[in-house]
Design a binder for this molecule. Structure first.
Ligand code: CS2
Length: 492
């Protein structure tokens, strides 16, 4: 079987790039070369290259692993994007990634790419935990492993903040204009957040540079959305069936895609609007809507669903009781949002339920359950705190957080042990060791550093439902607790 490559002729029905990739230079370095980037920003860029041209191909960087490079490099960084919607799967080959580098083996080339005058945008999807930014202060977290390492050796950085600061410093010293930094992770006000972390890191190593970054570097915020499961053997088999070629980098995703961006690019940008991206003055309300409705509900259904034995998100939608709670959560999250011009939140909620139910997307609840301590604050705890302030019922959020707490025990009702996969995993396990009653578990997890807003944790309107639900999960099992909760939701 041939391997996918630039030279391969694609069969009818598989869309080839609508431009000559070799005619376009690189203008973007992307940190975080995972499935999400390949299904989202790389696709918008592929479309923008076809519709508007420009030197905007991407140098893709995987900061830790070598897997993405091993998959992409032998196939000229091309890969098949498979859209799984209602009809037959649609395949196209993406060519916007020009080369792939790994922090494990190519760190010098990565630093050179970041300092290269041709690089005008550095975009990121490195996951919430990789930034090393303290949520409470908004500064760099010196206890974060890569921040600590890069503060010790700022000239040899390997982490996100260290690499950005070193590259900006090198550009400034050489009289090269800065790149625009485009954070595409699911974090609130992600551009402003990253800006704060970068400036604080620079302040600790080179205060003068910190001042220059403050003045000269743009960090537009973005809201990104496309449900993209991790690639599996089935994905590769599907790519082989559709293209007739072996593709180790193929990915599957849903037809829906959305990208809302603040239009502040100091060194130009691809014509992403021609590919469907929406440019707005303020992304924050869109981000809040997506984080609270899509991601908040995702986290709830991931913990409850995983513990109830549902492997995939689509299975949770086929569980009538859990589907009821999903609807309830979407409503509670929507109630925390200010009206958004042109968006009808009930319609958005209905569309989300359809997306979650997509039978062709195998999105694992266990994948979404990962890194809970990094996700809960913006997805569940911030809206819960606002709901408390508004005097509205907290039960939907308490249910979601109780499910996370139950998940933190690392053992299912059927006695199966699983890894939490969270940067605070060791701390959580040591705090929970030997605890088996709801009140003690809530106490110990509510005081994890930086997680729970004290005003929420201390409120009886929060503690009561949280205690009630977690106690029931422990006593009757998660399946029974879901059934009981759905009955309560019915009578709301
Ligand atoms: C999910 C997101 O894994 C998770 O935590 O909630 O990756 C979600 O699928 C995307 O944000 C959808 O755009």
């Amino acid at each position: 079987m041939p391997r996918l490559s630039a030279a391969l002729t694609l069969p009818d029905g598989v869309a080839a790039p609508g431009y000559v990739p070799a005619d376009h230079g690189c203008g973007i370095v992307h940190l975080g070369l995972g499935a999400f980037h390949k299904a989202h920003q790389a696709v918008y860029t592929d479309d923008a290259l076809a519709l508007d041209g420009g030197d905007w191909r991407i140098t893709g960087v995987s900061l830790r692993s070598t897997g993405a490079v091993e998959e992409l490099a032998p196939q000229d960084c091309r890969y098949t994007l498979i859209e799984q919607g209602e009809g037959a799967p649609q395949a196209r080959v993406i060519a916007s990634i020009a080369r792939a580098l790994s922090g494990a083996t190519d760190i010098a080339a990565i630093r050179a790419a970041l300092a290269d005058p041709a690089t005008r945008i550095v975009s990121l999807t490195v996951t919430e935990k990789a930034y090393g930014i303290e949520r409470t202060t908004g500064g760099a977290d010196p206890a974060h492993p890569s921040v600590a390492a890069d503060l010790r050796a700022p000239d040899q950085p390997t982490g996100v903040l260290g690499l950005l600061v070193q590259a900006l410093g090198a550009r400034r010293a050489a009289g090269i204009a800065p790149f625009t930094v485009l954070c595409c992770d699911n974090l609130p006000e992600n551009g402003a957040m990253l800006r704060g972390g970068v400036i604080d890191f620079a302040r600790r190593t080179d205060p003068d540079l910190a001042g220059w970054i403050r003045e000269a570097v743009a960090f537009p915020s973005t809201m990104v959305d496309r449900i993209t499961p991790a690639q599996t053997e089935k994905t590769r088999a599907e790519a082989l069936r559709l293209t007739g070629a072996e593709d180790h980098a193929a990915i599957e995703t849903e037809p829906f895609t959305q990208w809302v961006i603040e239009d502040r690019f100091t060194a130009g940008r691809p014509a992403w609007e021609k590919a469907g991206a929406i440019f707005v003055a303020d992304v924050a309300p869109y981000e809040k809507m997506k984080l609270r409705m899509l991601n908040g509900t995702h986290s709830m259904l991931a913990y409850a669903g995983f513990l109830a034995g549902h492997r995939y998100v689509r299975d949770t939608m086929n569980d009538a009781a859990l589907a009821r709670l999903i609807r309830r959560h979407l409503g509670a999250a929507a109630a925390t949002l200010a009206p958004l011009p042109g968006i009808e939140l009930a319609g958005y909620a209905a569309q989300l339920q359809e997306r979650f139910a997509n039978p062709a997307i195998a999105h694992e609840t266990y994948q979404i359950a990962m890194d809970g301590t990094q996700k809960l604050p913006q997805r569940l705890l911030a809206p819960a705190l606002e709901t408390l302030g508004a005097g509205a019922p907290l039960r939907p959020f308490a249910f979601a957080v109780a499910a996370w707490m139950r998940y933190c025990l690392g053992r299912s009702d059927t006695g199966e042990n699983y890894a939490l996969r969270d940067p605070m995993e060791a701390e959580i396990s040591s705090r929970l060791r030997g605890l088996d009653n709801a009140a003690a578990i809530i106490d110990s997890l509510s005081t994890l550093p930086g997680l729970m807003p004290p005003a929420l944790a201390g409120a009886s309107a929060w503690q009561e439902p949280l205690n009630d639900i977690l106690a029931r999960m422990l006593r009757d099992g998660v399946g029974q607790a879901i059934a009981r909760e759905a009955e309560l939701a019915e009578t709301d």
